[in-house]
Every structure is written in C-alpha cells, then in structure tokens.
Design a protein around this ligand. Sequence first.
Ligand code: HEM
Length: 512
Amino acid sequence: MMVILTTLLVIFVTVLLKVLYDTISCYWLTPMRIKRVMERQGVCGPKPRFLTGNIMDMTSLVSRAVSQDMKTINHDIVGRLLPHFVAWSKQYGKRFLYWNGTEPRLCLTDTALIKEFLSSKYSTITGKSWQQQLGSKHFIGRGLLMANGEEWYHQRHMVAPAFMGDTLKSYAWHMVECTKEMIESLENVLESGQSEVEIGECFTKLTADIISRTEFGSSYQKGKQIFHLLTQLQSRCAQATRHLCFPGSRFLPNKYNREIKSMKKEVERLLMEIIESRKDCVEMGRSNTYGNDLLGILLDEIKKEGGGLNLQLVMDECKTFFFAGHETTALLLTWAFMLLASNPHWQEKVRAEVKEVFKGATPSVDQLSKLTLTHMVINESMRLYPPATVLPRTAFKDIQLGDLHIPKGLSIWIPVLAIHHSEELWGKDANKFNPERFASKSFMPGRFIPFASGPRNCVGQSFAIMEAKIILAMLLSRFSFTISQNYRHAPVVILTIKPKYGVQLCLNPLEP
Ligand code: HEM
C-alpha cells in the first residue's frame, strides 16, 4: 500500500514540476531568451510590464488617438489607428520589439524582407502563434486560417480547388441574385421616402447572404442561422481574449467561458445537421456527389483522399470561410463606397465603364476582367483601408532573414496599414485617394499586400474581387450617391478597420 502511495506521489510531483517548468518556460524563459537574441542584433523596444507586456501602453495610446472623430474626410489614419507603431518606430527605428502580454513581437516594415519571409521557403515553418490559435479556437477551430505546418499544407491543397476556375465562376450567380435582393430592398427604402442608408450594415448582410448561399446552397437559410450565432460567438471570444494573457484564464468557469462553450455547441450541432443530411443522401444512393456548393466540394475533396470524413475539420472549415470571407469583403465595399461618394468624379468614371462593358445587362462573369477602372478603385480602397491591418506570423524554427536572425518562437508583425500609407513607398500623395496609381500593373512587389503574399496568401482573393466587382457594377448602375452630412469620419480597428458609426449615404435612383 505504502509503495503504491509513494509511487503515486512521485508521479504527481513529477507532473506538477513539469507543468510548472513548462509554464515558466513559456511565459518567462523563452520570451527572455528571444529578447536577448534580438537585443544582440540591435533590435529593442518599449520595456514590457510583468505578464501584460505593452498591452496597456498600446490600449491607452489607441484609446486616446481614436477618442475623437477626424475633422475632415482624409485618409491620414496611421497615427490614429497604429499610434504605438508611430511612437515606437520613431523611438526605436524601423524594426522594434514589443510585447503582447508575454509574447514578444518583432515589427517588420522592410518590404524585401517581408516578401522573403512570406515566400514558400518559410510557409511550413512559420504560422499562427498559440495565442492566436487560442483566441479563435472556439469560433474557427483549426480550419485553414489557423492551421500550421503540414496540417496547413494539406488543408490548403484540399480547399484551393473550391476557389479556382469554373468552380469559382459558378458562385457568380449567387452573388448576382443576392445583390438583386439588396437592390430591391434599397428601392423599397427609397420609395418609403427615406433617402439615407447606412451602407456598411447593408454590405455586411449582403456578404453574409452570399457566403451562406455559396457554402450551403439550398440549405442556406439554416446556414444564415448558424452564421448569426457564429457572429455572436466571435464577439464573445474577442471579449474573452483580452484576459488570455493571464496563464490558465481560459479554464476559469466565468460568464464568458460558459457562454462561449454553449454557443459553440449549438453552432456545431446545427452544422452537423446539414453535413449529416448530405452524407445520408450519398449513402442512400439519392445522389452521387455531396453537392456543388462550397460544403459539397469540401466533402468530396476529403472523401477523395480515402478514409472517412473528418467532420470536425469540415465544420472548422465552414466556420473559417464565413469568418474570413464575409466581413472583410463587406468592409472593402463599405470603404470603396465612402471613397466614391466623396470623389464624384471617380464615381462617374466607374459608372461609365460599367455601362460600356455590360450595356445595362446583368454582369456576366466572363466580362468582369474588362472592369479595369473598377479594379483600380478596389485596389486603392484596399490600400487606404486594408481590412486586415496587420499580418501576424510566428517562426517555428530559427530563420536567417537577410541580416536578421529570427529565433524560434518569435512572432513577426507586419503592419500592412503603415506599409500601404508609407510616403517612402508610395510617394508624397500616399494618403490621397488616387486609383490612377494602379493603372500600371508593374509596381514594386511587397508594398501592396491586402491579401498577404506567397503561398499562404488569401485563398479567397479571387472570390472577393469577383464579388466586389459584381456588387459595385450592379449598385453603380442602379444608384448615384453622395456622402450624408450625418457621416462622421472615425475609422477604428476592431480586428479589421471599421467606420465607427457606419457610412451614411444619400442614394438617388438612376433611370434603368
Ligand atoms: C476583401 C476581402 C478579403 C481580404 C482583404 C482578405 C485578406 C486576407 C489576408 C490578409 C489573409 C492572410 C491572413 C493571415 O495569414 O494572417 C487571408 C487569409 C485567408 N482568407 Fe481572406 N481576405 C478576403 C476575403 C476572403 C474570402 C472571400 C474568403 C473565403 C470565402 C477568404 C478566406 C481566407 C482564408 C481561408 C484564409 C487563410 C488562408 C491560409 O492560411 O492558407 N478571404 N485573407
């Protein structure tokens, strides 16, 4: 009896010591080792506080910077949205190290190094940090956006065919149908005597409708219900993430954690219902494919690989496409409309191009490539207001990047917004709306990265551009618009760049 008790005690103490060592190593020893390696190379930065690092400095700088609206509609927004970047890069130089809690982050703005870092050379030995994975675990799990290494490589190859060639083109129909519905509801609003709309809200609803239909085809009503829940889940997770820098906080049975658990369960139960009914159709011989929507293509791809379906992965991918694919595109459109409303000359130019290409007919997918001015406006909107303001990547191995030695475990943060607004890279008019700068296709690589670059770039990039072109073309043919006096220019970053109070436009119907 005594021997058993002693053995159990030894095992318990060993496990306890191991957990203690791992925690200290993760939260203290490794970050300090990284700090020393970077300091030896001349890279330093603001002094971190215990456990919270520089989070409090960033929070107070940002909240001061965004406490007031901007006085005019101008696009000089780096100091407002990334004041910590501006302050620290002035003080410590172009490369500096700051701390998100206990995670050291290297801020990198050198475009040649960024291009190399995002290239195929490092695509499987860099990826998402465990903090990022933890923060998004409940609403997207280990889908493509958060996968790493071989797992990421495998998923990327499985998912990519759903975003290419004829498969991609087949989604255009959903985009057109959903936009027609949006136009109808805007016309109803105008007929009721109201002329002002908050266009951001309309685009969020529209892009959510489009992704629900592309993902779930005929089951899209249920898809919409799932995505509504997922949006709530995401905002709960964002609130909870603020506490994640404290070790073990995710295990606390607090209000957030309980709510997150039960919402996640409900989302997965509803997703599973759709997946099971597809499986039943195939297994009972009523259909020989899982369907030609995104979910069906994904199920087919997984089945092709032999073996059974990994249902958790399918669910994570469905959630990932929704998360990554609808708000980003809605924001691109919202800012593009704000810019076109305040630049009527460009609004007219793009409308004339749409008229010339489609001659009043519904946009056809094969003609979209002729919308060159429209594409230039889309690019300029994403340059000034890139939905993803920063690109995070962690090194899982030691890397030699130009003259920099990047130690294993260091997170690299690429401030996309600052790069897109850099006068050094874009010239004196970097903060001005000038789509003309995209007229020439040959511009310095690495300075325009709204979709990241390299093999781990946005898999839905062509989907997003096709969607944006269709929606812009259809709306511009139906309405002209000006910016409302109620619009308050106040961009803020909450994961992505958003207009704090929305974008209010005055719409005028055009003759068909
Ligand atoms: C204007 C719209 C969009 C923008 C600006 C955008 C931007 C980005 C960026 C910057 C990344 C890299 C993120 C990182 O590695 O940290 C990314 C990845 C991703 N995007 Fe998009 N995206 C857009 C639309 C879409 C759409 C429509 C979909 C799908 C329907 C989508 C699905 C994804 C996925 C799955 C990834 C992860 C790819 C990987 O890691 O291999 N995105 N996106």
